[in-house]
Design a protein. Structure first.
Length: 345
């Protein structure tokens, strides 16, 4: 198996820089669209054979160095006895937002083997299918990001209801976060036990918080999860706080082995700020994939040079690949990382 990704996560010597892309298993690929046309998004997430198929597609098509489980960060929240809907052009919706004590108290901590077995079965299938190829990354949302969806009832621009609960009902907020944290920790442990070889925690909305509020209202729950995981597994853990350039000093205390970086921060400065004990992942602007090949390769070269002093570097986008990105452009990116970092053909 190509274990370059795992070595970079751990800061071990590698022959070239490994690369994968967030949302690499997804709707920019015609092969994915063909599978997706036969069923809904949630149905695809809950059908292990097909979820495994779309997870593997970019490995074969693009030649990335890691696979990431095809699923969604909100899947475990549905298992907490909530209704989750996906609407075209709107996205995920929780019709009954969680904003009062009764709503928090009724949330359950799901048993992954019972309520989320389809995720674990997908992982088991993938470990068999990827045995001679690349490592498999499992994932979850971070508690703050997950809480925003429950409190707001879906996506938000201003997160008014979330911050209202944080600031005016801190005990209620803490109760909700404690339940989400326990659910997430149990879920990720189950993914590791099923065969995930690395885990990424996505804090997609962390950047809406001031640094002090991030340190108080979000980071402690991430630390709890990572500490729990490290008691039972030694696989690498990646923490990605999107729009988190102002949060690096706090994020580097999370306990993660790797910090994901979005494109809003200079990677060389981020490496210096993070220090020598944590690997980094990132950080090409996803829209830069649209550049002509010479300019795209220049961007890649700059990122590789900027990360040269990091403990380890996994090249990636600064967020998920856009659905209208031509796959040929993604291939140019992957090949450029490999070629410019010294992979032998």
């Amino acid at each position: 198996m190509n274990d370059t990704f795992l070595k970079a996560c751990r800061g071990e010597k590698v022959d070239y820089t490994p690369v994968w892309m967030m949302r690499q298993a997804g709707r920019y690929l015609p092969e994915y669209q063909e599978v997706r046309s036969k069923l809904t998004f949630l149905e695809l997430c809950k059908t292990p054979e097909l979820a495994a198929e779309v997870t593997i597609q970019p490995i074969d098509i693009l030649g990335v160095d890691a696979a990431i489980l095809f699923s969604d960060i909100l899947i475990p929240l549905e298992a907490m006895d909530l209704t989750l809907e996906f609407h075209e052009k709107i996205g995920p919706v929780f019709p009954d937002p969680v904003r009062d004590r009764q709503s928090v108290d009724r949330l359950i901590i799901p048993d992954p083997e019972e309520h989320l077995n389809f995720v674990l079965e997908t992982i088991r299938i993938l470990r068999r299918e990827l045995a001679e190829k690349v490592p498999l990354i499992g994932f979850s949302g971070a508690p703050f990001t997950l809480a925003t969806y429950l409190i707001e009832g879906g996506s938000s621009k201003f997160f008014f209801e979330t911050k209202k609960m944080m600031f005016t009902a801190p005990d209620l907020y803490t109760s909700l976060m404690d339940k989400i944290t326990e659910c997430t920790s149990v879920y990720l442990k189950a993914q590791a036990a099923a065969g995930a070889q690395a885990l990424q925690i996505f804090d997609s909305w962390a950047g809406v918080l001031a640094p002090g509020d991030f340190e108080r209202y979000a980071l402690p729950y991430v630390k709890t999860i990572i500490a729990d995981l490290k008691e039972t597994t030694d696989i690498p853990i990646i923490y990605f706080a999107n729009n988190g350039a102002t949060l690096l000093d706090q994020s580097k205390t999370s306990g993660a082995d790797v910090l994901g970086l979005d494109w809003r921060v200079d990677i060389a400065k981020a490496v210096e700020q993070i220090g020598p004990d944590i690997s980094v992942q990132g950080n090409l602007d996803p829209s830069a994939l649209l550049l002509p090949e010479p300019q795209l390769r220049e961007r890649v070269a700059k990122i590789l040079a900027g990360a040269a002093k990091a403990r380890g570097h996994i090249c990636n986008l600064g967020h998920g690949i856009h659905q209208f990105t031509p796959p040929s452009q993604a291939k140019i990116f992957i090949d450029a990382v490999h070629e410019l970092s010294g992979k032998s053909s």
